[in-house]
Design a protein around this ligand. Structure first.
Ligand code: ATP
Length: 360
């Protein structure tokens, strides 16, 4: 393929490798489908916790008017789900392909993609909706381009995108999705209404997991939801994936041990011995327990994670906890630099022991 012209105002040339077919591939049978897809919210109202955003978008759907949008926030908080729900509520299925372009910028980060694929789609003429289409969907008089992971676009590509947004605003709206809003250049960000997605609180995670468990007929044992919530740290994708992986391993019965096994964390009972020795201030016991964990195949970084989680939940004083957190940070760095695992963990263990001693 010949190189694309450097000037963004040059004519666009359609080439064979310019794939504008946005027809979704048929989903796999629901039994093999990843649950994150199977249970993806179908409407903006069904996206949990991001209430301000859902309310604003519901109003936009009713008014049939939409500004350019920028969704940003940490992974697994519902940005892509909200964008897809919005487009499916706006456009009838028959016109979806000609009105909506879904792209992942991290696959195609360069200037030529922005200039060609996006600009070509923005220039396409659209068919007029039939009365039936309009009876079920608002079908606004503009196309919509969803650009996921747009913070991975190069600065040049973002500048080109800004110019395209300016010149095509009458017929095309853009919906940018990213994790880091600070990586979007100001002239682009300032043209969009920004919506911040925040990590999901435990009620939202537990509610979603309960809905899935009910639908999948799972027998979820006590404490499992709370454990998955803690492990997923506000990331719903991670929470749903952990539940599905646990079910893949153990069928319909989900226990805390299975969850821990799939999450890769050290089971609490394996850390209990070490915590007992640390609380009791027994140095030799600590040496033995750390040796056992390492001999059991657990990596230094997992032992540190398990240790810091237990310390944070323990009754140790705040000052002691703060010192342990600093020590763990330093220990992680030493491990990355090739420090000897046993020595690094023993050093943290000494700090934990001191924290408990000073608390008592
Ligand atoms: N707020 C939410 N309410 C309900 N389900 C959610 C929510 N957020 C995420 N999920 C679930 O997690 C899955 C992944 O969410 P989604 O792809 O929307 O996250 P994202 O914020 O776009 O993440 P990333 O930044 O990694 O692309 C969805 O399929 C859905 O099942």
């Amino acid at each position: 393929m010949p190189p694309h012209p450097a000037n963004s105002d040059d004519p666009i040339v359609l080439t064979d490798d310019m794939d504008l077919d946005t027809t979704p591939t048929p989903p796999p049978p629901s039994s093999t489908q990843p649950w994150v897809e199977k249970y993806r919210p179908k409407s903006v109202e069904a996206v949990k916790h991001q209430t301000q955003t859902s309310n604003s978008l519901s109003a936009a759907i009713k008014s049939n008017e939409l500004p350019h949008l920028l969704f940003y926030g940490p992974p697994g908080t519902g940005k892509t789900s909200m964008a897809l729900a919005l487009t499916h509520q706006l456009y009838p299925p028959t016109l979806y392909k000609s009105r909506v372009l879904e792209m992942n910028a991290s696959d195609e980060r360069g200037l030529s993609t922005v200039r060609n694929k996006i600009k070509t789609f923005a220039n396409l003429t659209v068919t007029t909706p039939s009365p039936t289409d309009l009876s079920t969907h608002p079908c606004p008089p503009f196309k919509l381009i969803i650009l996921d992971e747009s913070d991975t676009l190069t600065t040049d590509a973002q500048s080109a995108l800004r110019r395209i947004i300016e010149s095509h605003s009458k017929v095309t709206r853009f919906l940018l999705i990213c994790n880091y809003v600070s990586r979007i250049i100001m002239p682009l960000a300032s043209r969009c209404s920004k919506f911040r997605f925040t990590p999901l609180p435990s009620e939202a995670v537990v509610s979603k997991l309960s809905e899935i468990s009910l639908s999948e007929n799972l027998n979820v044992q006590e404490g499992v939801y709370e454990l998955i919530n803690r492990l997923s740290e506000g990331d719903m994708r991670s929470a749903v994936t952990t539940l599905q992986s646990s079910s893949n391993i153990n069928g319909k019965v989900i226990t805390k041990d299975i969850v821990l096994m799939t999450s890769g964390d050290i089971p609490a009972k394996d850390m209990e011995g070490l915590m007992k020795e640390l609380k009791g201030g027994r140095y030799e016991g600590m040496q033995r327990e750390v040796g056992d964990l390492i001999a059991g195949g657990w990596s230094g970084s997992l032992i540190l994670k398990g240790l810091s989680d237990l310390v944070v939940e323990s009754g140790m004083g705040d000052l002691g906890k703060a010192e342990v957190c600093l020590k763990v940070g330093e220990a992680e760095r030493r491990l990355i630099e090739g420090g000897e695992e046993w020595l690094v963990i023993m050093d943290v263990g000494g700090c934990v022991m001191k924290g408990f001693r000073e608390t008592n």
